[in-house]
Design a protein around this ligand. Structure first.
Ligand SMILES: NC(=O)c1ccc[n+]([C@@H]2O[C@H](COP(=O)([O-])OP(=O)(O)OC[C@H]3O[C@@H](n4cnc5c(N)ncnc54)[C@H](OP(=O)(O)O)[C@@H]3O)[C@@H](O)[C@H]2O)c1
Length: 219
């Protein structure tokens, strides 16, 4: 069984399946982070080389079942999984975690793109960007805002923002820790994607409790 991973849910699934003892479980990671937490079972790291490469891997390793448990915003790998499963004739399952729902007290402004999120920020805002490093470009031109940017690993090149603070680390599921971070940096706006899941929900609860506006990019 091949799990396309990179999420907490994929790691939990690998652990469950490995514990059964009757399935060979391989988890595939893209290799985006320098020190990933390795899931149970076998792990391979790095791209396959498109849908054709994934299909070739499936054939070569004798994979009989494919589970796409990647992040809901990782669209290319999910498209590749559909194509590769069709090409090889194996079963594909897609684990899609539900998005977060706006609740009482949330001050969400839902947008459909990074560009729209960047456009609607008010001048002078201090913005917490909870986005991966490949999603930051749209905000660079907003030199009238201050950005607090969190990423897992340090970027290879300095970030091109006029006014920014870089925080290295993963999101916390604990709203108290996220609220402390927002308060320490004088955050006025949170920008994030509607990723769903427990691991990233701390920031949403923290924003709710602090009454902070959240610009949230839909799926
Ligand atoms: N997007 C996010 O915000 C986010 C957040 C948390 C975790 N992740 C995880 O990080 C990984 C990369 O995300 P992305 O948004 O860059 O994906 P993406 O845009 O859908 O994928 C880009 C390319 O990266 C490779 N790739 C992606 N996931 C892979 C996997 N699990 N195993 C092997 N190769 C993979 C594939 O390369 P080839 O075409 O060469 O095979 C794919 O075409 C995903 O596995 C995802 O679960 C993403």
């Amino acid at each position: 069984m091949l799990i396309l991973g990179g999420t907490a849910e994929a790691a939990a699934l690998a652990e469950q399946l490995v514990a059964r003892g009757d399935i060979v479980v391989v988890t595939s990671l893209a290799g985006r982070t320098a020190h990933p937490v390795l899931p149970a079972g076998e792990v391979r790291i790095g791209g396959f080389g498109g849908a054709a490469g994934l299909a070739a891997y499936i054939r070569e390793k004798g994979i009989t079942r494919l589970i796409d448990a990647t992040h809901p915003f990782a669209r290319r790998i999910s498209e590749n999984a559909i194509q590769a499963a069709a090409e090889t004739g194996i079963t594909l399952e897609h684990m899609v975690r539900p998005g977060w729902e706006c609740q009482r007290g949330d001050r969400w402004q839902e947008v459909s793109s990074l560009e729209e999120a960047a456009r609607i920020l008010p001048p002078g805002a201090t913005v917490f960007l909870a986005l991966g490093r490949q999603y930051l470009d749209a905000f660079v031109a907003r030199s009238d805002c201050r950005f607090v940017i969190r990423m897992v690993d340090a970027p290879a090149e300095p970030l091109p923002f006029v006014d920014h603070v870089l925080i290295l680390g993963k999101p916390s599921a604990d709203p108290v820790r996220e609220a402390e971070l927002f308060a320490a940096h004088g955050i006025t706006h949170l920008v994030c994607r509607n990723s769903g899941g427990a691991a990233g929900y701390g920031k949403i609860v923290a924003a709710r409790e602090m009454g902070l506006p959240v610009i949230i990019i839909g799926r």
